[in-house]
Each structure stands twice: as C-alpha cells, then as structure tokens.
Write a protein that binds this ligand. Structure first.
Ligand code: OSB
Ligand code: MG
Length: 369
C-alpha cells in the first residue's frame, strides 16, 4: 500500500479550564491533525507539538515544516506492508519526534480501518478497559487545589498527579496527603528543579508518593541518576526520554524507576511499544502520559495502553475535563470505578465529528505525491 493523499490542518480548541505547569499556562489546545488516505480509507493522527517550545523543542510550525517538506515526501515514496514500515522511512530524520509520530499514528489508524479492526488489535494489545489517572495543573491557591483533587477523586480516578514547582511543592503535597492519606498520589515538576533542590525533593520522600516525575533538566539523565540515588520515592522520566534507546540508557544509569510514555515524544506508536517491551523485560513499570489531546490523540492513548507493559494508570482522563465538545463522538468517558472502555470499532473506534473539526480548523492543506 502507498499513501495517496495527506491532509494537514491546524485545529484550535478552547480549553474549559486553563492548564498551568511550571513551564507555562495553556488556555487553548492548538494542534496539527494529519489525515492519511489510501484506497478510499482515511486514518487520523494528532500531533502533540504545541504553540511554544516550552515542553519540547517542537512547535506546530516546526512540525508543519517537517511534515510538508520532509516526512510527507518520504512517506509517499514508500511502499508500506505494515504500519511498522513508517519508522524506517523516517529513520534519517534527526529529532522532530512529534511530527514523525503524528504521521505514523495516521498510518496506524489507516491500517486498522482497512482491516476493519480496532487499533489495539493492530498494535498487539487487548480489549476491555484501562485504568484512568488524572493530571491536575497548578492552581491559584491551596483551597482551589484541594477542590480539584476532591472532584477528581470523587470521579473515580485511580491515581492523582499534581503539578509542582519551586515554592509550590511541599505545602501542597502535605495538604493533599493530610486529607487523602491513602490516595495514590504523585507529583510532576516538568524540569523546574536542579540538584541544588535536593533537600526539598528529599523531603517529598515523607509523603508516600507513587513517584516524582521529571524534577530535573528536560534533557537530563545524569543528574536524575544522582538524585534517584538519594531518594526512596521512584523517579519517573517524561521529557528526558526521546526513544526506547533513551529509556535503556536511563535504566542503565539508574536515572528512573518508572517511565512515562508519550507516543509523540518518542516518535510513534511502534517506538512506544518497543519502549514498553524493553521496560517490561526489566520489570520497570510504564504508563501513558498525556498532552491535553483532543479525542483523536486521546483515543490513540487508550489503545496504546492496552499493551502489556502499561501496568500503572496513566494521564488519560475524560474529554469533558478539557473540552465542552470533543472532536469525537462519543467523547472519552471514565466510569465511577475509574475505568475507560477500549473502543471496539475500526481504528481509533469513535467517529470524528466533521462539522466540529471544520469549525475548529484554522487552515488546511492537501499534500499529494
Ligand atoms: O508533563 O505530563 C506532562 C500536559 C502538557 C504537557 C506536559 C504534561 C501535561 C500533563 C497533562 O501533565 C496530561 C493530560 O491531562 O493530558
Ligand atoms: Mg510530565
């Protein structure tokens, strides 16, 4: 099979609530939607690059440049027998994992739809349900944070993650722990600390956190290894893991005991599967991170985390937490038990709502061989 047509569009969706981390504040989700067609069937991939290069070096504009000028031509030239053939077509491209992953995801969805099977089956996963966790951004004050934790714990989420930054860390964790002594709780610092902050980070050891996510440099493994040696709480790496190879290096160094997998950050679903298999072979748990995705990327995350290595609840939560109206119907929902049903329909498994997609589209462009 050869991909015959690609469509790129920039989609903008208002977020119901601003999402704040140590690196910035998002009020809308703006992303590239990549659609790949062959033989009258179309698959879709959501690019997780953002407006600013503050989480990773990529932006919507760099992803657009890569997709239009390098990745699309490389894909059009390639005869594909399976979705795994996309990775090798892009192997010469250095970096730009999010751009590569978006196009690869569209091809995975395309293959699954052509076979009439759910994406998880094409990937080698399983049907059923996945356990949902939730990521809560920095809040204006402590009462607001406690209200948000209350809401999400009541909604059934199986693990709560709160964002921290220097000056807004120990007191938050202490207050949440005091009120919910046995809630599976973790923190994510998005690279806001350095080794000079070891005293604060070591003090987090007293709160029974399931893990501390990415406290140090966005590209660092060495200092994380030094920090992990001084902590009881497992470190989890997010930003620093750009491939399965990086994960192998991180484990070799002792830089983490858990890995956050985001297909966009590591260059695709096949790479995510390789990474999860590598970790599983070493008894290292992985979980699926989130990038405030619309239902399209969100559903890909649901399918991905049916693979055997994903043994911890991820950051995939209900569409309604982010958007008044998602781009897929039905939206992604979470049961009172904190579970998400894995779709059984072809590909991503929920229908795209085209009038909503069109209404949210800022521009679109067609690419052909
Ligand atoms: O660090 O995991 C992160 C959102 C945007 C960028 C980075 C991160 C996040 C989240 C939110 O934590 C996860 C989600 O709800 O999609
Ligand atoms: Mg993170």
């Amino acid at each position: 099979m050869k991909v015959e047509r690609l469509e790129l569009r920039l989609v903008s969706l208002p977020l119901r609530r601003p999402f704040q981390t140590s690196f910035g504040r998002s009020t809308r989700k703006e992303f590239l939607l990549v659609s790949a067609s062959a033989g009258g069937v179309t698959g879709h991939g959501e690019c997780v690059a953002d407006l600013r290069p503050d989480y990773s070096p990529e932006t919507n504009q760099t992803a657009h440049h890569l997709l239009r000028d390098f990745l699309a031509p490389a894909l059009f030239a390639r005869e594909l027998e399976r979705p795994e053939d996309v990775g090798p077509a892009f192997a010469w491209v250095r970096g730009h994992a999010m751009a590569r992953a978006a196009l690869e995801m569209a091809v995975w969805d395309l293959f699954a739809r052509r076979k009439g099977e759910p994406l998880y089956r094409t990937l080698g996963g399983r049907g059923g349900t996945i356990a949902a966790g939730v990521s809560i951004g920095l809040q204006p004050d402590l009462p607001a944070l406690l209200a948000r934790v209350e809401e999400e714990a009541a909604a059934g989420y199986r693990r709560v993650k709160i964002k921290i930054e220097p000056g807004r860390d120990l007191a938050l964790v202490e207050a949440v722990r005091a009120r919910w002594p046995s809630l599976p709780l973790m923190v994510d610092a998005n690279s806001a600390y350095t080794l000079a902050d070891v005293p604060v980070l070591a003090a987090l050891d007293g709160f029974g956190l399931t893990m501390i996510e990415q406290p140090l440099g966005w590209d660092d493994l060495v200092d994380h290894a030094a920090l992990q040696a001084r902590l009881v709480t497992p470190l989890c790496l997010d930003e620093s893991i750009h491939s399965a190879e990086h994960a192998r290096h991180a484990l070799l160094l002792g830089a983490a005991r858990v890995i956050n997998v985001k297909a966009g950050r590591v260059g695709g679903l096949a790479e995510s599967r390789a990474l999860s298999a590598l970790c599983a072979a070493q008894g290292v748990p992985v979980w699926c991170g989130g990038m405030l995705e619309s239902g399209i990327g969100r559903l890909a995350n649901v399918h991905l985390q049916t693979l055997p290595g994903f043994t911890l609840p991820g950051d995939t939560s209900a569409s309604a937490r982010y958007f008044d109206e998602d781009l897929v119907d039905p939206p992604v929902t979470v049961s009172p038990e904190g579970l998400i049903a894995v779709p059984e329909g072809p590909g991503l498994g929920h229908a795209l709502v085209w009038p909503r997609v069109e209404a949210a589209t800022l521009w679109k462009e067609e690419l052909r061989p």
